[in-house]
Design a protein around this ligand. Structure first.
Ligand SMILES: *[C@@H]1O[C@H](CO)[C@@H](O)[C@H](O)[C@H]1NC(C)=O
Ligand SMILES: *[C@@H]1O[C@H](CO)[C@@H](O)[C@H](O)[C@H]1NC(C)=O
Ligand SMILES: *[C@@H]1O[C@H](CO)[C@@H](O)[C@H](O)[C@H]1NC(C)=O
Ligand SMILES: *[C@@H]1O[C@H](CO)[C@@H](O)[C@H](O)[C@H]1NC(C)=O
Ligand SMILES: *[C@@H]1O[C@H](CO)[C@@H](O)[C@H](O)[C@H]1NC(C)=O
Ligand SMILES: *[C@@H]1O[C@H](CO)[C@@H](O)[C@H](O)[C@H]1NC(C)=O
Ligand SMILES: *[C@@H]1O[C@H](CO)[C@@H](O)[C@H](O)[C@H]1NC(C)=O
Ligand SMILES: *[C@@H]1O[C@H](CO)[C@@H](O)[C@H](O)[C@H]1NC(C)=O
Length: 357
């Protein structure tokens, strides 16, 4: 039944006329899923709690994380009209385009029309045509109070160049330019134009939804980890491993910065250690070399386990030119330590690496 509706949905997308197709291209292997973001700029002032309810986010913390807000931010935190809140959601790629599949669901209220829902409630992230298609509504003027309507948010899982990215749906505001958007989001005009099929950089229209690839942090997360596809865009953090681990993305190193989530009980979270060091701890071996206990994912096949990776990094890259420090990066040493302390398995991988940024 689900696969049937997926099929129908993807077929209906194929027949969308270009003008109304804000769906982002998603040619990643079908079907595939990833995390994506939309920039929601509410028409009227609202609260973070209301945004969470509107987008039906399971976790309020994920909303805080996407916006780099402290974890103790209250639900009644005011979101002023037209300010932008980043909302993270799972993206589903099918039939060459991406969409939030099935969620959020909006319940029609008295006085609502499809266009008011699209442009008012969801601030132009979707068009009424897209909502109609996604819900098989043949006459957009005929919707009923209480009707449950799926809102297909635009998204993508496609690679853009060699670096990991998170796709972000940005609603154009009047008077902005491709150059301005590229600068604001740390990408290039060329990338934006290619990705969005824009041939004339002056043809931007207010209300147009742009696919903006945000450069994200890479990580050494193990391919067997449950969060192996974790990608964190610049300027935000995520909670992962059952909220036990908090990872942020530094735009200077482009490495994930992970540590135990502050305020989460250590009773529900297994200790994450590399031998004597805790996750996120660094120690210096010499003036140039430091050791970092980094996050490498989590598993739950036998028990909930946090994987760590002890990495030795050079911190002297500022003075030396990259090519002048050859030997260390080719010397890799592996040590696997298994411990049943607290029923946990620690995979400790020692590697000697020099990072040049
Ligand atoms: C939010 O709620 C708290 C209590 O839950 C209250 O003290 C505070 O004044 C409220 N803030 C706003 C902006 O409404
Ligand atoms: C915004 O507020 C105005 C005035 O209260 C109201 O008429 C309008 O329906 C609101 N729009 C949305 C999307 O809530
Ligand atoms: C869409 O609506 C048409 C006409 O109302 C109907 O024949 C068709 O079965 C519907 N399709 C789905 C998937 O609901
Ligand atoms: C990273 O994010 C910060 C703050 O959000 C922003 O000022 C900066 O331009 C971004 N850098 C890149 C390369 O995306
Ligand atoms: C530890 O990191 C190295 C590279 O830094 C990587 O090759 C290795 O797979 C990682 N180990 C785990 C368990 O993720
Ligand atoms: C190591 O990490 C633990 C847990 O996050 C923290 O409490 C401690 O202060 C850190 N120690 C150092 C030296 O950074
Ligand atoms: C691990 O798996 C068990 C059993 O499948 C489940 O009850 C538990 O919630 C899982 N824990 C995490 C952190 O995912
Ligand atoms: C590891 O397991 C063995 C057997 O189950 C037990 O005797 C031993 O005390 C455990 N070691 C630790 C450090 O918990």
């Amino acid at each position: 039944m689900t696969s049937l509706s997926i099929l129908l949905l993807s077929i209906s997308f194929l027949f969308l006329p270009f003008a109304s197709a804000a769906r982002f291209t998603c040619t990643a292997k079908n079907p595939s899923t990833c995390q994506s973001l939309v920039g929601y700029a509410p028409v009227n002032a609202t609260t973070l709690g209301a945004v969470r309810l509107l987008f039906q986010l399971r976790s309020f913390r994920s909303l805080l994380a996407a916006n780099s807000l402290p974890l103790n931010t209250p639900q009644n935190y005011t979101v002023p009209a037209s300010s932008t809140v980043r909302v993270r959601f799972p993206c589903y790629c099918s039939g060459g385009s991406g969409s939030s599949f099935g969620l959020p669901v909006y319940k029609v209220r008295p006085g609502d029309g499809l266009d008011a829902i699209a442009r008012g409630v969801f601030a132009g992230l979707v068009t009424y045509e897209e909502i109609a298609k996604a819900n098989n509504i043949s006459d957009p003027n005929r919707i009923e109070v209480g009707q449950q309507i799926k809102i297909p948010l635009p998204c993508s899982c496609d690679m853009v160049g060699p670096d990991p990215v998170v796709h972000y749906a940005h609603v154009e505001v009047a008077g902005s330019s491709i150059t301005g958007i590229a600068t604001a989001f740390g990408t290039t005009e060329d990338t934006l134009m290619k990705l969005n099929g824009i041939t004339d950089s002056k043809s931007l229209q207010a209300g147009q939804v742009l696919d903006v690839p945000l450069k994200a942090c890479s990580s050494s997360i193990s391919s067997t980890s449950l969060d192996r596809n974790l990608r964190v865009p610049n300027g935000s953090y995520v909670l992962t491993a059952n909220n036990c681990i908090q990872c942020s993305c530094s735009s200077t190193t482009w490495q994930l910065n992970c540590g135990p989530t502050q305020g989460i009980s250590s009773l529900v979270c297994p200790a994450a250690k590399c031998g004597d060091m805790y996750l996120g701890n660094t120690s210096s071996n010499s003036a140039c070399d430091g050791t970092l206990c980094s996050y490498a994912g989590y598993t739950n096949s036998t028990s909930f386990t946090i994987l760590t990776n002890l990495t030795t990094l050079s911190v002297c890259n500022n003075v030396a030119s990259p090519v002048s420090q050859p030997k260390a990066s080719s010397a890799l040493r592996l040590r696997l330590g298994l411990s049943n302390w607290s029923n946990l398995l620690f995979l400790v991988h020692v590697s000697l690496l020099c990072f040049y940024w």
